[in-house]
Design a binder for this molecule. Sequence first.
Ligand SMILES: Nc1nc2c(ncn2[C@@H]2O[C@H](COP(=O)(O)OP(=O)(O)OP(=O)(O)O)[C@@H](O)[C@H]2O)c(=O)[nH]1
Ligand SMILES: [Mg+2]
Length: 400
Amino acid sequence: MASVTEEADRFCDDITIPSGVYVSTDMSESIIPPEVRPKPAVPAKPPHVVAPSPTAPHGPQGLGGLGGGMGYGGVADRAPGSGHLGGGSTLLGYIGIDTIIEQMRKKTMKAGFDFNIMIVGQSGLGKSTLVNTLFKSQVSRWSSAWGSEFKLPKTVEIKAVSHVIEEGGVKMKLTVIDTPGFGDQINNENCWEPISKYINEQYEKFLKEEVNIARKKRIPDTRVHCCLYFISPTGHSLRQLDIEFMKHLSRMVNIVPVIAKSDTMTPDEKNEFKQRVRKELEVCGIEFYPQKEFDDDMEDKNENDKIREAMPFAVVGSDKEYQVNGKRVLGRKTAWGVIEVENPNHCEFALLRDFLIRTHLQDLKEITHNIHYETYRAKRLNENGGLHPISANDTQESNL
Ligand SMILES: Nc1nc2c(ncn2[C@@H]2O[C@H](COP(=O)(O)OP(=O)(O)OP(=O)(O)O)[C@@H](O)[C@H]2O)c(=O)[nH]1
Ligand SMILES: [Mg+2]
């Protein structure tokens, strides 16, 4: 079970995640003084690398140099250029490439992870309830701090709630950004603007840190990695407002559409509605996450195709706990029983949570950084002549 520390002030933010590993292939470096081989964190490869035949075309200046520095009976202790591979020596000794993953894991574990989810949609669709559901579900069951009688007020401003969750020695600062519902005005034109402004402000903050001459070793990441868009469970079709909103936002953030309050639909209605929504999104050219164009390879594509076919996830939210078969579960109590939020037979909340946290968290962050932020950055630097650092007055603060 994950343990949780509220408000992540103590979250380590001064450790850099290595961005890459450089491996030299320069054969002139073949003679390196022998060094103590670090103990591999993963089991060492058995040294049964094929020994070269004495007639092998390459001499010790070739591949043999790779084994030389690693003290595996290699060529380092022989005179350079002798052209002789002594009995029992292996051309390719253990290098230790397989420890890179372990080295990266250690560094990343120390640095911890940030993950920021934003929740948007029309008023009253259960957005704030889902924020609580996420924190109270197995993501971070952080005790029932709120009494079961607590009534969620209408959200009136954009509000970020963070918790540091620690599990198996890995820390994650999960931030959920709750937003006020929209669409209940007479004129809903451009009602996505406060949301897009907030998203851009986070990109701007990151950019400012990046272009600073003395920049931080690890830039705090408040960028929105994923935007859950709540669709009303009408059973009919998307509203014009949903389409407009997603069209605008999908160019700047990873949109994951979800069907809200899915307990109001029968399984057949739910499946039909999901199909219709997918069709409409396709017809309108709205690319939701995981975007087809960013599938890395066939394996990725096959996996993501299955997810795209299951989307939008039909969720139910609740922060109230009930006793079901001797177990405490999060659910909604109805006259005919309890709808269990985390039971995959009742709704797709658990599917959504696993998709966000267990399978696609890193990818969501990478797409945010490499695609959405990059687009913003390029545009911003172009506007700025590409050279001048951005002044502190360039960003207007959100008026929300
Ligand atoms: N049937 C059902 N009701 C829900 C669900 N989730 C939330 N509700 C109820 O819907 C009402 C509104 O929930 P909120 O979470 O405040 O909705 P919101 O989207 O945050 O609303 P705004 O802050 O006004 O935008 C509350 O009475 C919730 O108990 C759900 O999955 N199913
Ligand atoms: Mg709310």
